[in-house]
Ligand binder design. Structure first.
Ligand code: FAD
Ligand code: EPU
Length: 269
């Protein structure tokens, strides 16, 4: 276990966020000590808006043993999902194709039930192991309960590893499924972001609504609504959490949209 002071802007894809105490945990045996005071869990930081003032809680990041895995067995929750998407394709195993292009850790993807219109991670899970209140639990996905960008994991639970439910398939079938997912991402911007900012309302798309309201290119300081896809708020370089938050508020003042990102710390006192 390693404990150090860091700037969370170095650990989030939006590249925003102030100081915190990072508890890098290498082994399940270290979780009781790491969780003995208030904490948050950091995955790959791809769905977070972190305050410029940082956070007061410990920030737990899974490393060491949690990065290991094997598609035939357990896969560590700290490992990167894109690596497993590629590895499954290489081995001729189908199930992870819908998750192509999601820059998540495995644990963060389970917590958020990350997915695309082709499917979400819950559809590809056989079993989830998590740490909660000093104990490890193993549950089938049906026992946890998953919905659109949400899971029924208990508050504070730390996903430690998962088993995927993958099926053998011809490589060209897997490749063509991945090509379809890739094509659906074509208009998504390459700039720093946290993915879609807002959840899609029933039977509509937040991107379409924000676009129609004329927000494309709208800026607050160094934060902007992407010109390519209106549901992406991008950091043009050097944006603050406060600027991003003001942009979020400006959109919400016009449209009744629910924020998808998790917000850490106090942003607009
Ligand atoms: P973080 O952002 O670090 O954390 C998110 C939440 O998960 C927090 O509540 C955190 O505490 C919790 N968490 C993290 N690890 C664990 C753990 N081990 N146990 C318990 N809780 C944990 N999302 C989609 O669903 N579909 C997409 O197509 C998509 N495309 C994206 C494209 C880009 C370019 C970017 C930047 C993001 C995109 N996202 C997408 C958003 C993001 O990748 C997902 O929400 C992802 O699930 C977040 O995972 P993470 O590991 O980065 O989690
Ligand atoms: N649209 C516009 N203008 C825009 C953007 C989109 O009119 O600026 C329209 C499109 O023409 C389309 C509709 O809105 O008719 C939907 O757009 P798109 O196909 O790009 O999909 P999305 O609903 O915006 C969803 C997920 C993405 C996921 C893609 C691919 C949500 C909030 N978003 O995007 O997930 O990658 O489908 O399947 O569910 C994320 O959750 O962070 C994320 C990026």
């Amino acid at each position: 276990m390693e404990v150090k002071r860091v700037l969370l802007r170095d650990y989030t894809t939006l590249a925003v966020g102030g100081p915190a105490e990072l508890w890098q945990v290498d082994h399940p045996d270290e979780l009781p000590e790491a969780t003995a005071a208030p904490y948050r869990v950091l995955g790959n930081g791809s769905n977070l808006l972190v305050s410029d003032a940082g956070v007061s809680e410990r920030v737990i990041k899974l490393a060491g043993r949690f990065l290991e895995g094997d598609l035939a067995g357990w896969v560590g929750a700290g490992s990167l999902l894109p690596l497993w998407v590629q590895e499954a394709a290489r081995q001729g195993l189908s199930g992870l194709e819908p998750l192509l292009g999601i820059p998540a850790s495995v644990g963060g993807a389970v917590r958020m039930n990350a997915g695309t219109r082709f499917g979400s991670i819950a559809d590809a899970l056989a079993e989830v192991e998590y740490f909660h209140q000093g104990r490890l639990f193993r549950k089938a996905p049906e026992e946890i309960g998953f919905g659109y960008r949400q899971s029924g994991l208990p508050q504070g639970a730390i996903v430690t590893r998962v088993r995927f439910d993958l099926k053998r398939a011809p490589r060209e079938v897997i490749a063509s499924r991945m090509a379809a997912v890739d094509a659906a991402r074509k208009r998504q911007p390459k700039r720093k972001s946290a993915g879609c900012a807002f959840k899609n309302p029933d039977h509509d798309a937040a991107g379409r609504l924000i676009d129609q309201a004329g927000f494309k290119g709208f800026r607050v300081g160094r934060a902007a609504v992407s010109e390519e896809h209106a549901n992406f708020i991008v950091n043009l370089g050097g944006a603050t959490a406060r600027e991003i938050w003001r942009l979020v508020q400006a959109i919400r003042a016009k449209l009744p949209l629910e924020l998808e990102w998790e917000v850490w710390g106090v942003i607009d006192p």
